[in-house]
Design a protein around this ligand. Structure first.
Ligand SMILES: NC(=O)c1ccc[n+]([C@@H]2O[C@H](COP(=O)([O-])OP(=O)(O)OC[C@H]3O[C@@H](n4cnc5c(N)ncnc54)[C@H](O)[C@@H]3O)[C@@H](O)[C@H]2O)c1
Length: 256
């Protein structure tokens, strides 16, 4: 078990389809103690019904768009669980109209909102975790991104811009926290049918195209992304930081 004796915080659990749930199951099976945070959109009692499937796990509320909320949440985690070895940031949000209309119509507020919740929240979470001395030496942080940061994908729109900001933030954060021997990486996951993905226009067409074109001719599962997350949390990846690793069954390596 590659995460024996490690404690990880999983931020961004919504329901059993969430990629974060695949990560939590993988981390638990690899020996980690799992602590969850969920957004203001979720009812904590409802989430607990799911997370209780992972023995001894706890859930804390955290609004990623508020530094105060992140601080309060991470402080509670430190008080109740002590220092942790990993944080998964699986959080993103954009306004529905910004995923339905052409990108050119994105409002100033919509642009700021998507980047705030989906990219800046990682910077805030890492900074606040460090300020609270929540992270053990060698801690590893992971965040989820998507190919829409690299290519213009119909319907992904402002979320692609936010993911590009997230990926760049990962590199700058890696440089900063590397001074303390800590790491941060991104996983660029292939498309997965989750509640968030439902907001993207023609998402089923994207799934069909990936199945047809990806090197492995399949769509990825939350568990595959979760297993890669466990690897990045583990000491097996101690030489990897600031990277964006594609877990997409080889879709992004195909030209024509
Ligand atoms: N589903 C995909 O195809 C796909 C592909 C690549 C990357 N991703 C990324 O994976 C991550 C997880 O998404 P998912 O697809 O599992 O969907 P999901 O809807 O299950 O999870 C998204 C999470 O973001 C949280 N969130 C949104 N706004 C928040 C806020 N203000 N404060 C705290 N939490 C907030 C939601 O509560 C939810 O838990 C996201 O970053 C998403 O962009 C998804």
């Amino acid at each position: 078990m590659i995460l024996s004796g490690k404690k990880v915080v999983i931020m961004g659990i919504r329901n059993k389809w969430s990629i974060a749930w695949g990560a939590a199951q993988s981390a638990y099976e690899q020996g980690a103690e799992v602590i969850f945070t969920c957004g203001s959109m979720e009812k904590i009692e409802k989430i607990k019904e799911l997370t209780d499937e992972i023995p001894n796990s706890k859930v804390y509320a955290c609004d990623a768009s508020s530094d105060e909320s992140i601080k309060e949440c991470l402080q509670q985690i430190k008080e109740n669980h002590g220092k942790v070895d990993g944080i998964l940031h699986a959080i993103a949000h954009a306004n529905t109209q910004d995923l339905r209309n052409d990108f050119i119509l994105t409002s100033r507020d919509g642009y700021a909102h998507a980047c705030d919740v989906s990219a800046y929240s990682l910077v805030a979470a890492v900074r606040i975790a460090k300020e609270l001395d929540l992270l053990n030496p060698g801690a590893s942080i992971v965040s989820y991104t998507y190919y829409g940061s690299e290519k213009a994908i119909e319907g992904y729109n402002v979320m692609g811009v936010a993911k590009a900001a997230l990926e760049s933030s990962i590199r700058y954060l890696a440089k900063d926290i590397g001074k303390d021997g800590m790491r941060v990486n991104g996983i660029s996951a292939g498309p997965i049918k989750t509640l968030s993905a439902k907001g993207i226009k023609d998402f089923n067409t994207i799934l069909d195209i990936v199945e047809e074109k990806a090197a492995l001719h399949q769509n990825v599962t939350p568990r595959q992304v979760g297993d890669a997350t466990s690897f990045l949390f583990s000491n097996l990846s101690s030489g990897i930081t600031g990277e964006i690793i594609h877990v997409d069954n080889g879709f992004s390596i195909i030209g024509v």
